[in-house]
Design a protein around this ligand. Structure first.
Ligand code: NIG
Ligand code: FE
Length: 411
């Protein structure tokens, strides 16, 4: 069979082909790599992976990688990519010492983005999201999760979800959609959180019917929703056939990590304040621990999530940007890899597993993304780097040379 494209003379081909399921515990320190490798695809599907000179592959186009690194497209499993406006006006408040939750309490933070998202038209929101997705793609990300949560009312939540849905078919990025209507408590519902959650639950039937989201998420935090409210909310979403995830123990340690594992959440995200019991429970669960160290860095918090303890407990750890206009305004997952190396003390091998195969499981795409294997789609990145350690090591710059999405050159 004649391939469309053959990449040859690859220094390191990181396949992530570990076998089935996410990678947990000690196994995370192992990276399946083929040196002096080749990979070929046809009609967007990988048809050959091997060492150079093993098999003669006939291809319409042959690309000499000159000893560079090649990996699967990165997977970013936690982003708030659909939003209006920006929040640089809050920088001075931050510098004066106002905390994230204080700014939220004053009616800023998420509420500020809610106002800007309400004001944006569908088309404006869509064009802005395209720019963010393009930037993610330029950093090597080929699959992304996108949350709503900047509407907190029916009309704007649907506007966000519909933008994401349209872009699922119109943009080359693979997008997995999450309903995060329970992202903050609107002013009118302060003290009446249950009624607000009921209202958000009442949207689920239509969301399901129109296939607007696969996941439901909630922000369990001081001054937002309690762990018990979150448990009840997510269980009801599960009953309606949604997969669930949760913003857990991001700022205050409330016990959201334990709850996530108890209700069988696909992922528990943030986890800076996860208790030792929560960490232990993650280890024996099917819940992926999605750590967002860029947020801890940008919120200027001293305590990063206990990634080492999680890995010691045999958890499957994933990394994401949390891209949003407040707590982590960056689309650059490569930067997050460096922060994970320095602040979470994760090894380069663990980091690469975390941003590919484990991230794909965190958004129910374990069988489609994050791995290079014959029969899988060709989401492939050529890096302007001699080896995989080089990427988190040389930080703050973009190491991507080319990105192929479904076999087509897009960057
Ligand atoms: O994951 N914490 C809640 N949600 C986002 C921040 C959203 C925002 O500040 O706009 C997060 O950090
Ligand atoms: Fe988030």
């Amino acid at each position: 069979m004649k391939a469309d494209i053959l990449l040859t003379n690859i220094g390191q081909l990181v396949t992530m082909d570990h076998g089935d399921g996410p990678v947990r515990g000690k196994e995370m320190n192992v990276l399946p790599v083929i040196e002096n490798a080749e990979i070929a695809w046809k009609d967007g599907q990988i048809i050959y992976i091997g060492q150079m000179n093993e098999t003669k592959i006939d291809a319409n186009e042959v690309i000499d990688c000159q000893g560079k690194l090649v990996t699967p497209g990165l997977v970013d499993p936690h982003t708030h990519v659909v939003f209006g406006g920006s929040r640089e006006h809050e920088v001075s408040l931050k510098l004066q010492g106002a905390s994230y939750l204080e700014i939220l309490e004053m009616g800023g933070g998420i509420h500020s983005t809610v106002s800007q998202t309400k004001l944006a038209t569908h088309e404006e929101l869509k064009q802005k999201t395209i720019q963010h997705l393009n930037r993610m793609l330029s950093y090597g990300v080929t699959t992304v999760e996108a949350k709503s949560g900047y509407g907190l009312d029916e009309e704007t939540e649907f506007k966000q979800l519909k933008v994401a849905k349209e872009l699922q078919s119109e943009h080359v990025m693979d997008i997995v959609s999450t309903f995060l209507g329970a992202h903050a408590v609107p002013k009118d519902y302060k003290g009446n959180e249950e009624a607000f959650l009921e209202k958000m639950l009442s949207l689920l039937d239509q969301i399901k019917e129109e296939e607007l989201a696969e996941f439901v998420d909630i922000f369990a935090e001081t001054g937002v929703f309690s762990v018990e409210q979150s448990r009840e909310f997510l269980l009801k979403a599960k009953e309606k056939g949604f997969l669930v995830k949760i913003h857990a123990d991001e700022i205050d340690p409330l016990g959201g990590t334990e709850m996530a594992t108890e209700i069988g959440a696909t992922s528990a995200d943030h986890l800076c304040g996860a208790s030792s019991k929560g960490v232990e429970m993650l280890g024996d669960s099917n819940t992926i621990a999605v750590i967002l160290p860029g947020t801890t860095f940008y919120l200027n918090k001293p305590e990063f999530a206990p990634a080492r303890a999680m890995i010691d407990q045999n958890a499957a750890v994933s990394l994401a940007t949390d891209f949003n206009p407040g707590s982590c305004p960056t689309e650059n997952l490569q930067l997050i890899m460096t922060i994970a190396m320095l602040k979470l003390k994760m090894t380069p091998e663990e980091i690469w597993n975390a941003v590919t195969i484990n991230s794909s499981y965190a958004i129910n795409r374990g069988e489609q993304a994050g791995k290079l294997k014959v029969g899988r789609k060709a989401d492939v990145v050529i890096w302007n780097a001699p080896n995989y350690t080089y990427v988190p090591y040389h930080f703050g710059v973009n190491h991507v040379e080319s990105v192929f999405k479904n076999g087509k050159l897009v960057v």
